[in-house]
Design a protein around this ligand. Structure first.
Ligand code: UD1
Length: 418
């Protein structure tokens, strides 16, 4: 494995393209199973989570070709319906493949998924709602088994607008003669991207992006090409990196509307922001001020950018209060940033940050994917050298973060380490 050696204190300056979205790619790759045909995908990020998903597709019998950001999946000869345990553990979003296998074969076998340790992350909402539409579930063995003869037309309601549960129900109900309405559905842009891809294949998914989604089952799907949307979390990370270093950055290939709560919070800190249709320009030329943040489902402040924004707040003037409403274990990364001089108190789902002038370099360990990116940003503003280890988390979700930041003027070296 690698670690990053970061020599802090360089202001970022320049422009950079954002990669395709991780969280859109994963359900869209799962959707390629349903058609039994060929799907060409463009702008897929070259990251570990995509590689793990492709490994699962191959194990299930799909043919996969990958050329950097272009992926072709042919699922015609797919013949297996059990998701291998070791791959399921590696990646939480592997649970999305369950819905896609169900749509194609009416049965699936899998074990509980793994993923980042940021909270308990159960799948009760997925299973509960599968049951409501006539899918039978047997949880008695080492594996969970789901099967059905026919999906029942139903109006269902999620207790919480879970992104994964919304995607899984959409995928599971694409094929058939039923009509399903999901109330209190998640509204995240990645769900809109999945619905657009499925509809291009010939599916009938209506209302994605609102809290009521209707799926009308169809007989079959067709071959398509599709370009994945930009990664709004990477876009936010790069902008916040610009802000923390007091830099001037422009990010391209982005949909500004997708990160509007980040842009308004950055403006509140004192950054100047200008947007065009597909780019964002940020100037951070003064000492930034503290702001309060509360994470919420979309269109609220995204939990995935909470660790990264909180890192910026450790060096802003004044006191910030962060409330994490989505995942209960999402402040772990801050213990490492405290070792770099951050002044922070944590109580339950609230974190109070007292801004300091600057952090200092230290040897730190990533605790999860976005926590890993936070440590890199802390390293950019720290005095001296920061070594970030356990990069396997970060590499799950960021394509070339070190290279992109170096192109903007950072000094990050990748070296062999733990
Ligand atoms: C997705 C994103 C992740 C993001 C999260 C919230 C992907 C691959 N991952 O994760 O980056 O942080 O949305 O925006 O797209 N919950 C239950 N029972 C369930 C399902 C969820 O209680 O069956 C709870 C979770 O514990 C959590 C909350 O609902 O507290 C949100 O989870 P969910 O929206 O499902 O997140 P994921 O789909 O796992």
């Amino acid at each position: 494995m690698y670690r990053y050696i970061i020599n802090g204190g360089k202001k970022l300056h320049g422009e950079i393209d954002v990669s395709g979205s991780k969280n859109a790619s994963l359900p869209i790759l799962a959707a390629t199973i349903i058609s039994g045909k060929t799907t060409k995908l463009y702008n897929v990020p070259d990251i570990e989570d995509v590689k793990t998903t492709l490994e699962i597709l191959k194990k299930l019998g799909c043919k996969v070709k990958k050329d950097k950001n272009k992926i072709i999946v042919n699922s015609k000869d797919m013949n297996k319906t059990t998701i291998p345990d070791e791959l399921m553990r590696k990646l939480r979003s592997s649970v999305i493949i369950v819905g896609a296998i169900l749509a194609r074969f009416k049965n699936v076998r899998f074990s509980y998924p793994g993923g980042c340790d940021i909270g308990s992350r159960p799948i009760d909402l997925h299973l509960e709602n599968f049951k409501k539409i006539g899918i039978k579930i047997d949880e008695n063995s080492r594996y969970i088994e789901c099967k059905y003869d026919k999906i029942d037309s139903k109006n269902i309601e999620l207790d919480f607008p879970s992104v994964g549960a919304t995607e899984n129900i959409i995928l599971a109900t694409i094929i058939g003669e039923h009509e399903i309405t999901i109330n209190n559905a998640a509204k995240e842009p990645e769900i809109v991207d999945l619905a657009m891809m499925l509809n291009r294949m010939g599916a009938k998914v209506y209302g994605a992006g609102s809290n009521i989604i209707k799926i009308v089952g169809v007989k079959d799907l067709k071959n398509i090409s599709y370009k994945i949307m930009p990664d709004r979390i990477e876009a936010g990370t790069l902008l916040i990196a610009g802000a923390i270093t007091g830099g001037i950055v422009k990010i391209n290939n982005v949909i500004p509307e997708h990160i509007s709560p980040i842009l308004s919070k950055l403006e509140e800190t004192g950054c100047e922001i200008k947007t065009s249709k597909d780019s964002i320009y940020l100037v951070a030329n003064k000492h930034l001020k503290s702001v309060d943040i509360k994470t919420m489902p979309y269109p609220g402040f995204p939990t995935d950018l909470q660790p990264i924004f909180s890192t910026l707040l450790t060096v802003c003037k004044g006191t910030s209060i962060i409330t994490e409403n989505i995942f209960e274990n999402r402040f772990k990364f801050m213990q490492e940033i405290q070792r770099m001089g951050a002044k922070v108190t944590i109580e339950g789902k609230t974190m109070i940050i007292k801004g300091v002038k600057r952090l200092h370099g230290a040897d730190v360990e990533s605790t999860d994917l976005r926590g890993g990116a936070s440590l890199v940003l802390a390293g950019l503003i720290a005095k001296g050298t920061t070594r970030v280890s356990k990069l396997e988390y970060l590499l799950r979700g960021y394509q070339d973060l070190d290279k992109k930041l170096n192109e903007l003027g950072a000094n990050i070296v990748r070296e062999e380490g733990d």
